[in-house]
Design a protein around this ligand. Structure first.
Ligand SMILES: Cc1cc2nc3c(=O)[nH]c(=O)nc-3n(C[C@H](O)[C@H](O)[C@H](O)COP(=O)(O)OP(=O)(O)OC[C@H]3O[C@@H](n4cnc5c(N)ncnc54)[C@H](O)[C@@H]3O)c2cc1C
Length: 556
């Protein structure tokens, strides 16, 4: 069996290696137009910042062997033609035309063909985008160009256009290099893969670390003679010695389109669960292939290295006659912002509503270990569930606390179609150095259950803030201690510490709605129950408490 694979970074080499393991006598050829093979594109920001010292570390096995053409031939029995571009597919003749950088053309026959052509950076037609020192970050060559430009220069003005996953990772890398950074984002928040409350916390953390975030801002022009010197936006001009464009990627489908393969609604190559395209002998994997969302069943485009590797393996299994099926994605993703992580899985609140679910959410900020452990760090967790089926729909987290563990548990729960009640009883590990006795996730899921079962009526900080700004009639009841209240409070709030509430209920008006809260709203919840038992009818709790309050606070 002759197998040709086009694309040699993540999905392609994964498919090639697996085919060789399953069918030792298959003749596998990888065609890659770039120089480098099988490297960790995800590590590029860390290579720029110097966390990863050597380029070769990005393309080495764990024992330090570089995965180059010789390695693939000798160890994997896979022939690699790098610096060689595939220019056409002839489905009738079952050949791929390839041209080397030296201009040598040849036709490679195939029985099975795998397209792993990845994605291309989107480069919007903005005036001046071709100026020197305006970069993309897609591959090792881009990273080398950026590293060379930065050299050991200090205090450069760096502008990152786009506040998605790659933009924020580049911002962090540049900050480590001593640059003054501005991130310009067209949308009203960075990291559109998470909901606004979580993104707002990430933005605050960037600002606290000296990175300027300009959301709702459109780039109009890059100015400069030969090199870029400033970025003109609809909200002002920003000095720039270096610009990185990180406004997204689109699937590289040129070959597939020319070959008449079916393209899906997301403009990626349409595939089935075996990663087979509309031609059963041609497979598409990784960033060039369409995905399906596990929860909605709808096509979606989530280009990630984690998915590319799985899809490469599934295609290899199908090619070698081993039954396997790729069920779809949840959009699970994570990134690092200094000592914070931002992670998510499943549907966000907006997407869940748009998909027609009866959405219930909760915000639960809490230490990720018992408060008495010096290593305890704050973790902000948001959960999204469906009231009708009680199924969990998504989770998002940020903060310095451990986020990945909680989000990964939810990813498993989503894949298993679990309800909030099932998640609440999961037997998770516990010891003080690792987590609280009732893990953050289980606490959050219990908040959701309390809401669904009518034991807790919540209002989101954003809704409450809107009521506050509109000067609606209600009592903002702060149940924290006098010291906490003295340190910071919402203007106009009523302060009654939780321990004295039972004796002081008479001080509260029964005519007005009451919104109870504390730092994280655990005391807020207990206070609301005391008031309900005392006959108060309209009592809600601010989700997440003061830690999630988006408005101004009086300090001191
Ligand atoms: C800076 C950065 C950070 C990232 N961080 C993460 C992360 O933290 N987590 C995560 O999951 N993902 C991350 N990603 C995404 C991840 O790198 C990609 O999803 C993954 O590389 C996709 O693999 P792929 O093999 O499908 O495509 P690619 O990696 O794009 O490789 C496709 C290859 O095909 C070659 N090719 C295309 N057309 C032809 C042709 N006609 N002939 C020959 N060769 C061709 C290209 O040269 C390219 O080398 C990051 C990406 C970047 C750029």
């Amino acid at each position: 069996m002759k197998v040709v694979i086009i694309g040699g970074v993540a999905a392609g080499p994964k498919a090639g290696s697996r085919i060789n393991r399953l069918c030792g006598d298959a003749e596998v050829t990888i065609v890659e137009k770039g120089e480098f093979l099988s490297y960790a594109g995800c590590g590029l920001p860390y290579y720029i910042s110097g966390v990863v010292k050597e380029q070769r570390e990005l393309m080495s096995t764990p024992v330090g062997t570089v995965r180059d053409c010789v390695y693939f031939q000798d160890v994997k029995n896979v022939r690699v033609l790098n610096r060689t571009e595939a220019t056409a597919i002839d489905r009738e003749a079952r050949t791929v035309t390839v041209v080397s950088r030296e201009g040598i053309e040849q036709k490679l026959p195939y029985d099975k063909l795998v397209l792993a052509t990845g994605a291309q950076s989107v480069i919007p037609p903005i005036k001046g985008v071709e100026l020197e020192n305006v970069f993309n970050l897609k591959d090792i060559e881009d990273a080398e160009r950026i590293k060379t430009m930065l050299g050991d220069k200090k205090a450069l003005n760096a502008v990152i256009v786009g506040g998605g996953l790659i933009g924020v990772e580049v911002a962090e890398a540049f900050q480590e290099m001593g640059c003054r950074i501005t991130v310009i984002e067209f949308q009203l928040q960075i990291l559109s893969l998470v909901d606004p409350e979580i993104a707002a916390l990430a933005e605050k953390h960037f600002e606290a670390n000296g990175v300027k975030i300009k959301t709702g801002t459109k780039v109009m022009e890059f100015k400069g003679e030969t090199k870029v010197s400033s970025v003109v936006t609809d909200k002002g001009e920003f000095p720039a010695d270096i610009v990185v464009m990180a406004v997204g990627v689109r699937p590289a489908t040129g070959l597939a389109v020319a070959a008449g393969l079916k393209i899906g609604p997301t403009r990626a190559i349409a595939v089935n669960a075996q990663m087979q395209t509309s031609d059963p002998d041609i497979f598409a994997v990784g960033d060039c292939a369409e995905k399906y969302h596990l929860l909605t069943g709808q096509p979606c485009y989530v280009p990630l290295g984690s998915t590319a590797n799985k899809e490469g393996r599934v295609a290899a299994n199908a090619i070698c006659g081993v039954h396997d099926a790729f069920p779809g994605v949840l959009g699970s993703a994570i990134c690092k912002i200094f000592d914070y992580s931002v992670a998510c899985t499943g549907l966000g609140e907006g997407a869940a509503r748009a998909a027609g679910f009866d959405v219930v959410t909760c915000l639960s900020p809490a230490p990720d270990k018992p408060h008495f452990m010096p290593t305890a760090k704050l973790l902000y967790l948001k959960l999204i569930a469906d009231r009708k089926t009680r199924k969990i729909l998504g989770a998002q987290a940020t903060g310095p606390g451990v986020a990945d563990r909680r989000i990964d548990v939810v990813a498993v729960a989503l894949a298993a179609g679990m309800t909030v009640d099932q998640v609440a009883h999961l037997d998770l590990t516990y010891a003080p150095p690792f987590s609280p006795a009732v893990d953050n996730l289980l606490t959050a899921v219990n908040i959701l259950r309390n809401k669904m079962d009518g034991y807790l009526s919540g209002v989101t900080p954003a809704e409450l803030h809107a009521m506050y700004e509109a000067q609606k009639e209600f009592t903002l009841l702060d149940l924290r201690s006098p010291t906490e209240y003295q340190q910071m409070r919402i203007e106009g709030s009523t302060h009654i510490p939780l321990g004295t509430l039972r004796q002081r209920v008479g001080e509260l008006s029964r005519e007005k709605p009451i919104v109870a809260y504390c730092k994280m709203s655990l005391r807020g919840y207990e206070g609301a129950l005391i008031l309900k038992n005392a006959g108060f009818k309209d009592v809600t709790v601010m989700d997440g408490g003061l830690l999630m309050w988006p408005g101004k606070l009086i300090k001191g």
